[in-house]
Structures are given as C-alpha cells and as structure tokens.
Design a binder for this molecule. Structure first.
Ligand SMILES: Cc1ncc(COP(=O)(O)O)c(C=O)c1O
Length: 401
C-alpha cells in the first residue's frame, strides 16, 4: 500500500462553484473573491480579509504595510519555511533569526527574549504558528506572551499563520488566529494546507489603514481594481497609480475553490484531529519516538502537521526512518531544516548552529507523518504498523546527515 504525505480533499462544492465562475465570464478578481474575503474574515473574527495568490505574497504585503524597508530589522524563527524570511529581504530589511522551543517548535518569550537581548533596534517580529498550534501571544504579568513582550518594546507583529487555519489561541478570550487588533496575519492555501485554493493566501487585519494599503499594493498600486471599474457607472477606464505595487491578486476561479473549502473547514479540522488522536493512541510507547506535545485543548490546533521526534538514542536515526518508511510506501516530510542551516540565511558569520539549540534539537529528530482528511482507516493502520515495525528494527547508521 502507498500512503502519500498529503492529499487535497475537494469533496464539496468546488466543481460547482468553479463552473459558476467559468460560466459567468468573469475569471479574475471579482465577486467570488469579495465573497471569499467576507466569509473568511467572519470565520476568524477579523474586520478585513484580503485574498492574494500566496501566503508569501501576503507576508510581503504585510511587511510592506508595516513599513519594513532598508535598515529594518525583523525577527523570524529559524524553524520555518524560507518564505517567512525572504519577504523581509525583498524589501531590503535584515532578517534576525531566533531560536524556538525544542518541545513545540514555536517562538516563545524565552527564545524571543534571548534574541532581543543580543540584538539591537528590532522593528518587527514574525512568529510562526508552527504545525497549526498557536504561539502563545498573550500571558499575564508573571508570564507574559509574545505580544506582551513586543508591545512593551514597541515592536510590530506579523503572524505567519500559513499552518493555522482554523486555529484558536490558547487563551479562549483571544479566539481564532487572525482576530488580534495589534497584528497582521497571513494564511496559506497551498495545495497541502488545511484548506486550499491550489495556490493562494489571505491577509487578515483589524487595521483599516493596513487593509487599504494592501488592497492597493496587491494590484500594482492601482486605486480601483478591475471589478470595481467594471461595476460602477462612472468612466470605467479611469484610475490612478499611487505606488509601485505588485501583481498578487487572487482570481475568482481560486476563490471559488476557497469558498467550497471554507464550508468544509470545520469538518476537515475534526477529521485531522480524529486521525491525530489515533496516532497518539497507537504510537504511544513506541521505543525511540516522542509524540508531539498536545496543549490542554486539542481542538485549538488546526493539525496541519503531525510531527513526531525520533529520539537521539533511537537505534535508527530520522533519515534512516524516512528511508525505511518510504520502502513501506509511507510518504513523510521534514519540517523544517532550520533557516540557519541554509546557505542563503547562514551567510552572516555569527549565524552558527550553536546559537539555536532548540531548533537543532528539533531538526535532528523531526519527522512529519501523513495527515489529511481523506486518509482511510486502512491507510492510517498502514502508517502506524510501518512506524512501529521500523522502530523495532535493529540499529542502522544513516548515510545522510
Ligand atoms: C510557515 C510557512 N510560511 C509561509 C509559507 C508560504 O506559503 P505559500 O506557499 O502560500 O506562499 C509556507 C508554505 O509552505 C509555510 O509553511
């Protein structure tokens, strides 16, 4: 049996809504995008949602709206996808990598605090809600959260929520990721994410000035988009360009898929959680494997990823595990090789591995198992049996490092 690492579920109204768009004759950004934005904003409790063609685009626009430019210094956790950092570089800013907690892979007050101690003149912090679990944004006076720390130092916060729809913050009063007043949040609808538009993203904010800037900058800096010009009675050709913007708008075809996915988002999340509960149950006690820490409320988590740790004293290391699982037809992935290990991000001389003990510990052992809503019981059984049988094998020394 073969079990892929991820498989998109397009089991709802995707085809019907795409058909509607095609038959309407309006394929680019138009009424379906507007409807998708309204519904997405309502689902996270935000005032504004702006659809774009990737989360990378959303992060870029968020940084631009937050004023990142030459001379800006932006903290990014080293355990993330390169997109979180590259957008800062696009704008001429400097990326400052921070360590993460070795148990959760998240930026914490402790790891951010260490970075702020070491580095001067930070402007912006981009926490990543890794794997679908929210970083701790708010705390109390004894144990403040990331946002408390950033607020006290006057730092802007942009949330990389690529993995985090629908995720709730640990503190119930904060609600869903995307609804905080102080931040801009960026979601991904890439094909393997918790909901997809093929490629796509959403920027969410409660700040109307940020929303206005992003609305212009996502489409060349033009003050009226094509749908707006097409549907008003005044002269349809007339527009102004207020800045050199980007071509990041989402087309209606993608939004049609997004609307259908949004209708199923709760169902997808519960199905992912049910699979996780089986993994936790079936794999508990497997020698050499540590299961992910689950916060008090398992249903706050979007469960984009299920990452197990192959322990340092396991007879088979992480890379040997991947090879053995591949031989049994089980697709896996690694989230992530930290940015400080990538040549693009390790270029400054002081970016060395010993500065990031938490991420190093995570990276040595992390292994993401298949997790997608349409996973059948037979597929789940096969993954669990394969993991257990690989863990029981005799030691092997892997050839890769
Ligand atoms: C943490 C994180 N941030 C940003 C992105 C970029 O998302 P997109 O592919 O939608 O641009 C990804 C994509 O995998 C991601 O995992």
């Amino acid at each position: 049996m073969k079990v892929p690492f991820a498989r998109p579920s397009c089991t709802g109204n995707e085809l019907a809504y795409v058909r509607e768009v095609i038959e309407s004759g309006w394929l680019t950004t138009g009424p379906k995008v507007a409807e998708f934005e309204t519904r997405f904003a309502a689902s996270v409790g935000a005032a504004h949602a702006l659809a774009v063609n990737s989360c990378t685009a959303a992060l870029h626009l968020a940084c631009e709206a937050a004023g990142v430019g030459p001379g800006s210094r932006v903290v990014v956790p080293t355990l993330t996808f390169t997109a979180t950092a590259e957008v800062v570089r696009y704008l001429g800013g400097e990326v400052i990598l921070a360590d993460v907690d070795p148990g959760t892979g998240l930026l914490t007050n402790e790891t951010l605090g260490q970075t702020l101690e070491r580095e001067r003149d930070i402007d912006v912090v981009i926490p990543v809600h890794f794997a679908g679990r929210a970083a701790r944004m708010r705390g109390d006076t004894d144990d403040p959260g990331l946002l408390d720390l950033c607020d006290s130092r006057g730092l802007r916060v942009i949330e990389d929520a690529a993995h985090a729809f629908p995720t709730s913050y640990e503190c119930q009063a904060e609600g869903r990721v995307g609804n905080l007043d102080e931040t801009i949040s960026c979601f991904s609808f890439y094909a393997n994410k918790t909901m997809t538009t093929g490629e796509g993203g959403m920027l969410v904010t409660n700040d109307s000035k940020v929303a206005e800037r992003v609305r212009r900058m996502r489409l060349h800096g033009i003050d009226r988009d094509a749908w707006n010009r097409f549907t008003t009675d005044s002269a349809t050709w007339e527009y102004d360009v207020i800045a050199a913007g980007y071509k990041y708008n989402m087309p209606d075809i993608a939004a049609a898929i997004g609307l259908a996915q949004l209708e199923q988002a709760e169902e997808f999340r519960s199905r992912r959680q049910a699979i996780v509960e089986q993994y936790l149950d079936r794999l508990s006690g497997t020698p050499g494997i540590r299961l992910p820490e689950v916060s008090d409320s398992i249903d706050d988590h979007s469960w984009h990823l299920f990452v197990v740790m192959i322990e340092d004293d396991s007879p088979r290391d992480r890379n040997a595990f991947i090879e053995d699982l591949a031989e049994r037809g089980v697709g896996t992935s690694v989230h992530y090789k930290p940015l400080h290990r990538m040549s693009c991000w390790s270029a400054p001389k002081d970016v060395t591995a010993d500065r990031y003990p938490g991420a190093e510990c995570w990276w040595r052992g992390c292994l993401s198992l298949p997790l997608f809503p349409s996973m059948s019981q037979a597929e789940l059984d096969h993954v669990c049996d394969s993991v257990i049988s690989v863990a029981a094998q005799r030691p092997v020394v892997s050839t890769t490092s």
